[in-house]
Write a protein that binds this ligand. Sequence first.
Ligand SMILES: Nc1ncnc2c1ncn2[C@@H]1O[C@H](COP(=O)(O)OP(=O)(O)OP(=O)(O)O)[C@@H](O)[C@H]1O
Length: 325
Amino acid sequence: MSTATTRVPAPPAPARHPDPGAPALLLRGLTQRFGSVTAVDGIDLEVAPGEVVAFLGPNGAGKTSTLDVVLGLAQPTSGTVEVCGTTPRDAVDRGWISAVMQTGGLLKDLTVAETVELTASLFSSHQPLDAVMERAGVSGIAGRRVGKCSGGEQQRLRFAMALLPDPRLLVLDEPTTGMDVEGRRAFWKAIRDDAQRPHRGRTVIFATHYLEEADTYADRVVLVSRGRVVADGTAAQVRAMSSGRTVRATWPGATPAEVDRLGLLGGVESVSLVGSTVTAHTTDSDALARHLLSATPCRDLEVTARGLEDTFLALTQPTNAQEQR
Ligand SMILES: Nc1ncnc2c1ncn2[C@@H]1O[C@H](COP(=O)(O)OP(=O)(O)OP(=O)(O)O)[C@@H](O)[C@H]1O
């Protein structure tokens, strides 16, 4: 009988760095259903290395369901996800992706430094502890017990823990919920300073329902509603998606019927009357302003570009037809 043995090739050594040409994140047709609820409804998204992306949407838009799949915490119903060119699980194992979640993961009797040290012991290799604490802005509170740290300090500590493997992709799920203004500012300063360090190329994706956070801290805003991407671009581009302007004026003694008739003018999308203030959204503000100043007793006329908030509402609020479904 032959005793020939079959040589089994050794598994390839783990790559220490992701393929530089691979997107930091690639979602194709990502769908997540929970029973009859479609939480994520076919999301396609490609994020390049180094981008800071806000995943913005109202409650229940599907942000957490998407990020859970990206982090390998859940399997999608259908569609594909690649993190740095590999599967989420593999990316987690290699330390290429890590997360700052809203809650959990902290023991309140340990100090900040002990927490970072304990977390570091779980990695086969990690960044120097002093360096991650410095970058996350917790060096000054190294000896403080976690239970005595404010919400913002605890989030910066989670950030320090997430930096230990020096991840290429950092995922933050509504990281500043419940923080005061100063805590939010300090947290975002630490995140931005880290992302802007030369040659790091760290990609950051953060879920938020704070418009101002998306506007201020993200290079790119991906607006999601009902499990779908409804806008994608810089904050300025997303704002411009709901074209048009807001025209506001004081109309003493206006009747609802008179104000409703403004809706018949070309370009007027909506009009409302509160007290004697008329507010209209229109794609032709010149024509509406001319009409208000010449054919009505309106005064104190104001024309403003739509804000991100108007766009957010316009793109995420259900239409009547959707409400009736
Ligand atoms: N495990 C689950 N079982 C059933 N339904 C779920 C589950 N997880 C999420 N959902 C539903 O899926 C939808 C999307 O939820 P998800 O938490 O992803 O939204 P979100 O944008 O993160 O919202 P929030 O900002 O409130 O956290 C919601 O309708 C939610 O109730």
